[in-house]
Design a protein around this ligand. Structure first.
Ligand code: ADP
Ligand code: MG
Length: 247
């Protein structure tokens, strides 16, 4: 069974139709790279799955449970329960500047779950170790490079033990020499079979790590396939035109 099912999703901002009947699904442990021109609705689609935007129509099902069904949202307790399965990583990291790295990781679990402080603390240590930043636990985000900030953001997203991670251009704000360390962490998560949807401009990552690449343009899902199929043998003219510009 699919872990994410998006059916006939529609979303407008005022008169601007940003998602026009988007449908696709993601299998457990699948890594899907989403590519497409700027303004095509990729972030809106990802934010809608994470319930950071509400759609106007269509359905989103996470692990079999409807977040929204034919435009009708589940109850707020149900929505909370469903969104707890997902973590999101943003282009601009969105770390809390007034909190240390460790406190950035510990905040949400303390607020949401009320787990014992010792358990939360040891989990934070394990995850900082995993992204190679345990030695930065007590510093503030302003003392970190962009690549380090993004690795902290990934560790923070993992604190809630999500089954799905959504990434919105996680390396777009980084200097080129810092993208590798972030992609490496994401690659490791993929190897550990985390389900991931990654909006990205990194065609190398899409080719190397994604199971499937999905192309969006003008609020529509155009086509998807294995990296080899989509990047080397695209079927649609719009995909071909986009790839000719970026590859
Ligand atoms: P992408 O991530 O593919 O670049 P977005 O989903 O960010 O595309 O944006 C799609 C379109 O929706 C763009 O034209 C953008 O300007 C518009 N848009 C996005 N968010 C908002 C918002 N909160 N209010 C109004 N327009 C928005
Ligand atoms: Mg975007």
């Amino acid at each position: 069974m699919a872990i994410i099912e998006v059916m006939n999703l529609k979303k407008s901002f005022g008169a601007l139709e940003v998602l026009k009947d988007v449908s696709f699904s993601v299998e457990p442990s699948e890594v899907v790279a989403v590519i497409g021109p700027s303004g095509s609705g990729k972030s809106t689609m990802l934010r809608s799955i994470a319930h950071l935007e509400e759609v106007d129509g269509g359905s989103i099902r996470i692990s079999g449970e409807y977040l929204v069904q034919n435009g009708q949202y589940a109850s707020s307790s149900k929505v909370k329960q469903i969104t707890a399965h997902m973590g999101m990583v943003f282009q601009h990291f969105n770390l809390f500047p007034h909190l240390t790295v460790r406190s950035n990781l510990e905040l949400a679990p303390k607020l949401v779950r009320g787990l014992p402080a010792e358990e939360i603390r040891s989990k934070a240590s394990v995850l900082l170790e995993k992204v190679g930043l345990l030695d930065k636990a007590d510093v503030y985000p302003s003392h970190l490079s962009g690549g380090q900030k993004q690795r902290v953001a990934i560790a923070r997203a993992l604190m809630m033990s999500p089954e799905i991670l959504l990434f919105d251009e996680p390396t777009s704000a980084l200097d080129p020499e810092l993208t590798g360390e972030v992609l490496q962490v994401m690659k490791q998560l993929a190897e550990e079979r985390m389900t991931m949807v990654v909006v990205t401009h990194e065609m190398g990552f899409a080719r190397e790590v994604a199971d499937r690449v999905m192309f969006m343009a003008d609020g529509e899902f155009i086509e998807s396939g294995t990296p080899e199929q989509l990047l080397s043998r695209p079927q649609h003219e719009r995909t071909k035109a986009f790839l000719n510009r970026v590859l």
